[in-house]
Design a protein around this ligand. Structure first.
Ligand code: UDP
Length: 474
């Protein structure tokens, strides 16, 4: 019968790790619940993706990969640039975003061939709503952020409170929010402050226009984390949304080979090590990295610091103080490249996280019960910071005042040292840690049978089934 038809969902994530990783988790989740899931991506990500889904696939879940043709040369991109983190300069990034806007025909072709019951497409593909509509299927939107930040975005567009202050540094209260939250214009994304003529600004305008017409929004968060904002988004701002996270908690990625930094952590006392990482995109200059190194050393705390720089043998690293790594031997680890972030955060030796407040990192910290030093850089990270420090009270602000794409505001060593000390030791730190541990427990309950996220997920599946039946009979 129609009610027993297996639902098929196509996931179309944006080509950056921070967007792709939660989308993979979502596809795995849907497939593990008996749906058929298809991931639509560029070939660059195929090996990474195949590896991530191998285990669920072996257990019988239906999950497939389709390659969306991405002719880089035709799009004016350097060969092989099939992901945002490979677009090294702002110019190439602009081109990359523009290229992504040209994928409509490719998507239409895929939908024509595979006609799913629903398309879950990234926020950066606003035009996907119209393509899905051509085929009569609902389009769901995935932003990869929390309810609090979604509320902040919509509120800035609707009420433009930032246009009513006299300077970039004058704090104002976000209107109608359940809590009194102050922010400054300088902390808002550039594309919210003004139309800077960039590709991203154009894109965001399209998103604003299309959002109310989409079937709804999937949120990688859980109700108990931000109940006031989950309600505010649905009831006050009138958006249709389902909270189905934390997505990474449903199926833990277990890696077979243990990274050496985890062994290093085994030798450390509980809550004694600070983990420092700024995600996959933020890119600090030499001067800022030097400042971080000095701040960390001055704090006297043990640390793991992830730096997106390669080590070249025999070449002096201008961004590190002379002899830094030798002096820090046993005390601090500088990790170049990709770190196993989730196992690091979950290790009992880790007691704090100096983070750029990317939503994935923030959520992973919450789920590990680890308090944060917040250092937002760009995207919606300043909103996430307010949630962490003002509402959840599980973090200390390092004091970044300005949003600046990829590089952020310059932060001085003593500010770093002070914030790190506040999060790692003393009564205030204990309070934050115990609140964080409480939230971590709630997160685990949310994804268990009968938990808030699982209930919302079932509600979504019911909605999709009814949408399908309505379609079949029309
Ligand atoms: N990540 C990781 N190792 C790294 C850097 C990042 O595993 O060395 C993961 C991290 O756990 C998170 C994601 O990459 O899941 C980064 O997403 P986030 O939203 O925090 O930041 P973005 O990279 O999008 O700025």
């Amino acid at each position: 019968s129609k009610t027993h038809h297996q639902l098929h969902v196509i996931f179309f994530p944006f080509m950056a790790k921070g967007h792709l990783v939660p989308a993979i988790d979502m596809a795995k989740l849907f497939a593990s619940k008996g749906l058929k899931a298809t991931m639509l991506i560029t070939s660059y990500f195929t090996p990474f993706l195949s590896e991530s889904i191998e285990r669920v696939r072996d257990s019988g879940a239906q999950i497939d990969i389709l390659n969306i043709g991405f002719p880089t040369a035709e799009f004016g991109l350097p060969e092989g640039v099939e992901s945002l983190d490979m677009a090294g300069t702002p110019e190439i990034q602009q081109k990359f975003f523009r290229a992504c806007g040209k994928l409509g025909p490719q998507l239409a072709q895929i939908l024509e061939l595979h006609l799913p019951d629903c398309l879950v497409a990234d926020v950066f593909f606003p035009w996907a709503t119209d393509v899905a509509a051509e085929f009569g299927i609902p389009r769901l939107l995935f932003h990869g952020t929390c309810h609090f930040s979604l509320c902040a975005f919509v509120t800035m567009y609707l009420y433009e409170p930032h246009t009513k202050v006299s300077s970039d540094s004058e704090p104002f209260v976000i209107p109608n929010f359940p809590d009194q939250i102050e922010i400054t214009r300088s902390q808002l994304p550039e594309f919210v402050r003004r139309d800077d003529g960039s590709e991203l600004a154009r894109l965001i305008k399209a998103v604003r226009e299309v959002e109310p017409r989409t079937y709804g929004v999937l949120v990688n968060s859980f109700y108990e984390l931000e109940p006031g904002y989950a309600d505010h988004y649905r009831r006050f701002l009138g958006r249709k949304a389902w909270h189905i996270g934390p997505l990474f908690l449903y199926d833990k990625r277990i890696s077979s080979d243990e990274h050496e930094c985890l062994k290093w952590l085994d030798s450390k006392r509980p809550n004694s090590v600070l983990y420092v990482s700024f995600g996959s995109l933020a890119n600090f200059g030499d001067k800022q990295l030097m400042e971080i190194a000095t701040g960390l050393e001055a704090s006297g705390k043990e640390f793991i610091w992830v730096v997106r720089r390669e080590k070249k043998e025999g070449v002096k690293e201008e961004w590190l103080p002379g002899g830094f790594e030798e002096r820090m031997e046993g005390k601090g680890l500088v990790l170049r490249g990709w770190a196993p972030q989730i196992p690091i955060l979950e290790h009992q030796a880790v007691g704090g996280f100096l983070t750029h407040c990317g939503w994935n990192s923030t959520l992973e910290s919450v789920c590990a019960g680890v308090p944060m030093v917040t250092w937002p850089v760009s995207a919606e990270q300043f909103y996430n910071e307010k949630l962490v420090t003002r509402i959840l009270r599980i973090g200390v602000e390092v004091g970044a005042k300005k949003w600046k794409r990829l590089v952020g505001d310059f932060v001085k060593r003593d500010a770093i040292e002070r914030a790190v000390s506040r999060v790692m030791e003393g009564e205030e730190a204990e309070g934050m840690r115990s609140r964080a541990k409480g939230l971590a427990e709630m997160a685990k309950s949310a994804v268990k049978e009968g938990g808030s996220s699982v209930l919302d997920l079932n509600a979504l599946f019911d909605d999709l089934r009814s949408a399908r039946i309505a379609n079949d009979s029309s």
